[in-house]
Design a binder for this molecule. Sequence first.
Ligand code: AMP
Length: 623
Amino acid sequence: MGRTIGIDLGTTNSCIAFSDGGHPTVIQSKSGSRVMPSVVAFSAKGERLVGLVARRQAITNPRNTISSVKRLMGRRYSEVVDQVDTVSYEIVENTNGDAAVRVMDRVYTPPEVSAIILQKLKQTAEEFLGEEVTDVVITVPAYFNEVQREATKAAGKIAGLNVKRVLNEPTAAALAFLEPKGKTRIAVYDFGGGTFDISILQVVEGVFEVKATLGDTSLGGDDLDTQLVNWIMAEFLSDTGIDLNKDAIAPQRVREAAERAKCELSMAQETDINLPFIATGESGPVHLEIKITRKLFEELAGDLIRKTIPLCLDAVSDAGMKMEDLDHVVLVGGSTRIPMVQQLVEETFGRKPAQSVNPDEVVALGAAIESSVLTGQRKDLVLIDVTPLTLGVETLGGVMTPIIQRNSPVPTRNSRIFTTASDNQSVVGVHVAQGERDLIDGNRSLGTFELRGIKPAKRGEPRVEVTFEIDASGILNVSARDTSTGQKQSIKVNPSGGLSSDEIERLKKEAAANAEADRRRMKLVGLRNESDEAIYRATKTLKVAREELEKESWEELEAAVKELKKLRDGDDALILGKAISTLRSLTDSVAKLVAVFESDEEQAAAEFLESMTDGSEEETPEE
Ligand code: AMP
């Protein structure tokens, strides 16, 4: 059996880790990076770029560079309209009402884009481990709903991965942070690029139990950047009268600079933003130069950061605990480096947060630990997670009737009996939703199905049993059964966050083909480099040969150089490979001839010199 790896598929960065003998290690890329930017871009030639190379070219290619796609995973377009103006790429409404991305006239669903990131991570892991990787544990924010979890699983499938478990990020962090011994209670405060989660866990002799989890999947470092961006744009407008929002490239430059400034302000009290030639005014180029202090940033972003605090208080009380019951507070996610965040957490929990974990790596390390539990490498841990949001069905008057309450330990199962609303009703519709609002409209609809063939009876008489079942990954199955006839219908709720299984299969094939195309392109890049090296060596040899040998000794080599120059930029790796070896062997032959000629010359010269010496001796007149 191959290894199972742990993947932290982050909003801003992703990280992968594997377990060796139960001990987790972060996997580094060939260039030594331990995290990879979760960025995908499409170049003008239609090439797909992933990670650092994609992020580096974002400023010059903003429309075709997709970042923070995690914020769109499993979301309706109506839920993300407020994000449309905060990114430089185009967010569109898919035919089914879901959010999607349009790049170069093609619409990509968020799972497709995430799959491109996952494919790259898979490739990095395979290069590092030297073996094929298919089984993975992927982490998601604890507060992700069913659709978002399914969308993540679909992304894994499209990337050719077998997602063994969808694990909550804070749970993963706790696994990596705590020793599975004794009794400990911890809070994991996870503030990343796109989401905020707070989870309260209890560990008793290796049993990790999530007691409560709360969060906001639309609150992260990106939103803090937006506050800064809006302020910078407004300042620039009032100073110069120029609205940078109207420019194609300027907003992306400002956003990048704002994020950098935000990070710098975690260490310094003030920083400068300098963006030369950001716009052109009536009298020529205009530059953006602005000073930002930490105090100003805290004023701009404070309200958003403070939104996390009531959630922390509620989570502790949901867990049936008081602040003083907690032994540790662990910080996860890049945004926890902000001093104001650390200070608020310390004030709220009445203790200094633990500093011993790297917030960028701890989640992937925890996912790798969970993978070693799943493969049986580690037997000293048991994980009991909870479902973050209430699950229920719609009943008369658009009311949400809960079947599984939030913070119920998973896996779990619960049933409720419902009945008909009118006489001889033969069909009941079951509308499944998730959320904490009393009316169904305020919650996230997960899907509907019908139970047909109900025995004709007076209203209120039939007994329809609706059962919800959540597996260990938090994935929901719903069924409805007419208890008198045994007639049953079930759905795996919204199997993929908006994608049918046929679509997933199609995309999986497409992704594999793209990976193949990427491999071919990489091979061609390698062959072109080899061509250049072969041409360089041949040209050097030719230069000498032309001076020293007869034309017939080198004209074939000359022709081969011309031929390879012609083929170098072609797409046929086989022909190119052959032409390179032909040129190399011709170069070797001509080089040998040159060497023979030169050694003959040397010998002749030596003999000549010798003969000269002999002669001179003879000719030396005796004195
Ligand atoms: P994550 O999703 O955990 O990778 O966190 C990424 C978020 O953390 C992004 O919004 C980053 O801008 C933010 N971040 C990373 N480093 C810092 C820092 N030193 N100060 C403030 N924010 C940071």
